[in-house]
Design a binder for this molecule. Structure first.
Ligand code: NAP
Ligand code: GDD
Length: 323
């Protein structure tokens, strides 16, 4: 039975990846940091099939101990300070966790179990001010946030450990992926949750920032499969994962509101607090290499993603409020 260690197991992607690996007969060990409140909601339904261990990417000794004690065949580094706006208010923390945290894991693997296969969760935020209309594995980076800068570091240190120490280390450059398990502060979930609240009469406004920003949005459940596929290849290599379609925040709103027979223009209000010091205007993946080499393709289209998220939030709120 292969053994996988997932950092950030209680995050959105960690929960889908853990499900996927369990279905594929892996022994799954999940690293999560200690918290004074319960942060395991996304994995509560599979908790009895996992081994959960405490650790923090800020703490080298905890990371070393995990690799030593569990001797994983595969490590998926999904842990990060992942919210872009927080990276302006906590740039040093973001650099420590999202950037240097990658090196801490790679060092542990290099010294303790160098045949471990390593996946780094890189991001389309690295493309930032895009240098090509469709971003591929060869598009130059121009990050626009401290988060994006930290991810560029994480990407290159992964490539560097592959080249310097011959580790099987890959970087998945994933474009935005969403789901009903997405954190509430990210724009898609913020919209789906507010749409459900408005429909049920629980609120009457949705404050948003830049409606013209465009993203290549896919479904998280599809994207974790690509992570696994990258680690099953003969050679370690880096891949862009996305849908090849881009849509604006406005379009997301239009579809989400019209799904419950409402008009977004009556509820969305502009709020300066949600604009960013430097914006990533548009992201659009060129995922051709992933299709060709991995045989990966997204299964959930944009419209289905939006309606899935709205339906899930409606159901959740109805249960919560007994409606
Ligand atoms: P997420 O839901 O925000 O999950 C992040 C995880 O990292 C959480 O489990 C969090 O734990 C953990 N974490 C934060 N700081 C940590 C630390 N110091 N030590 C250990 N764990 C820590 O993010 P996601 O959407 O699942 O994304 C997974 C990864 O993919 C992240 O690295 C993200 O940057 C990257 N990524 C995401 C997307 C996307 O669209 N979702 C696209 C490209 C790349 P707590 O619960 O304790 O905070
Ligand atoms: N969060 C948020 N809240 N974003 C808003 C809002 C708002 O009220 N209004 C407009 N937006 C715009 C942002 O300005 C941005 O252009 C876009 O919506 C998407 O924002 P997020 O959902 O916060 O995601 P992100 O693209 O910044 O970052 C996500 O995707 C990256 C991959 O490109 C995160 O998951 C990152 O961790 C990930 O790497």
């Amino acid at each position: 039975m292969p053994k996988a260690l997932i950092t950030g197991i209680n995050g959105q992607d960690g929960s889908y990846l853990a499900e996927f690996l369990l279905e594929h007969d892996y022994e799954v060990v999940g690293m999560a940091r200690r918290s004074s409140t319960d942060t395991m909601g996304r994995i509560a339904h599979i908790a009895d099939q996992l081994e959960l261990v405490q650790g923090d990417l800020l703490d080298q000794s905890s990371v070393n101990a995990l690799i030593d004690q569990h001797q994983p065949d595969e490590v998926y580094n999904l842990a990060a300070q992942s919210f872009v706006p927080t990276s302006w208010s906590q740039p040093v923390l973001t650099g420590e966790v999202t950037g240097l945290g990658v090196t801490r894991l790679l060092e542990a693997i290099r010294y303790v179990k160098p045949d471990t296969r390593f996946y780094q969760a890189s991001s389309s935020e690295m493309f930032g001010k895009v240098q090509e209309e469709r971003q591929s594995e060869t598009t130059p980076f121009w990050p626009r946030s401290p988060y994006g800068v930290a991810k560029v570091y994480g990407h290159w240190i992964t490539v560097n450990y592959r080249e310097s120490h011959n580790l099987f280390a890959v970087s998945g450059m994933l474009f935005n992926h969403e789901s009903p398990r997405r954190g509430l502060e990210f724009v898609t979930r913020k919209i789906s949750q507010h749409v459900a609240q408005i429909k049920l009469g629980l609120t009457d406004k949705l404050p948003l920032g830049n409606l013209d920003a465009q993203r290549d949005w896919g479904f998280a459940g599809d994207y974790v499969k690509a992570m696994w596929m990258m680690l099953q290849q003969k050679e370690a290599d880096d891949f862009v994962i996305g849908t090849g379609e881009t849509h604006s925040v406005r379009e997301f709103c239009e579809i989400a509101f019209s799904h419950v027979d409402l008009d977004y223009e009556e509820f969305v209000v502009r709020d300066e607090r949600f604009y960013r010091p430097a914006e990533v205007d548009v992201l659009l993946a060129n995922p051709d290499k992933a299709g060709r080499v991995l045989g990966w393709e997204p299964q959930v289209d944009f419209n289905s993603l939006v309606t899935m998220m709205v339906d899930a939030d409606l159901e959740l709120l109805r249960k919560e409020h007994g409606l």
